[in-house]
Design a protein around this ligand. Structure first.
Ligand code: IMP
Ligand code: MG
Length: 179
């Protein structure tokens, strides 16, 4: 099948995302209340829109850092082999850390990143993912906060891409290939 022609069916509206982001930020701010600083580690590139919205709702002193892992390339299938393309710049030893991911799919990416960061002895390390596809999980990992649980569909928008496109959509949509 030719994968160049596709349409995007809306799955989660911009309004629903905004409402959920506000709730998540409130819960996370409450959890980390009193922290001297929360280091927010965004996984590039898919989390950039989510992290921008989430971080602006936090009622906490925040530092923003980024890590980039190898992606799917132009495919919709996970490679399962995770490589770190860019590490965070700051130290996290003895710090409060929140890892922010766009989607937890097979779980390999998050599992790898969390292991690596935990080895640096943060004080607390928690995970927030905008989307979760639990039916696709291959390794046992769960985010502490999840925006939305979604079915096994390939999605785009709100930072998330298909072959680097559609990251700028303001909502989340499912990709449907057409002839
Ligand atoms: P995992 O390692 O299989 O859990 O994959 C996680 C990464 O795959 C996410 O950070 C996304 O970048 C990407 N990914 C997983 N599902 C989708 C999707 O439906 N659309 C776009 N990217 C996805
Ligand atoms: Mg990603």
């Amino acid at each position: 099948m030719d994968h160049s022609n596709y349409v995007i069916d809306e799955m989660i509206s911009a309004k629903s995302i905004a409402a959920r982001v506000e709730e998540l930020a409130k819960e996370i701010s409450e959890y980390f209340e009193g922290t001297d600083k929360l280091i927010v580690v965004g996984l590039l590139r898919g989390s950039f829109v989510f992290i921008a919205d989430l971080a602006r709702e936090f009622d906490l002193p925040v530092e923003i850092d980024f890590m980039e892992t190898s992606s799917y390339g132009n495919s919709t299938e996970s490679s399962r082999e995770v490589r770190i393309l860019k590490d965070i710049r700051g130290e996290i030893e003895g710090r409060d850390v929140l890892v922010v991911e766009d989607i937890v799919d097979t779980g390999h990416t998050l599992n790898h990143v969390v292991k690596l960061l935990k080895a640096r002895n943060p004080k607390r390390l928690k995970i927030c993912a905008l989307l979760d596809k639990p039916s696709r999980r291959e390794v046992d990992i769960k985010a502490d906060w999840i925006g939305f649980e979604i079915p096994d569909k390939f999605v785009v928008g709100y930072g998330i891409d298909y072959a680097q496109r559609n990251r700028n959509l303001d909502h989340i949509g499912a990709v449907r290939f057409v002839e």
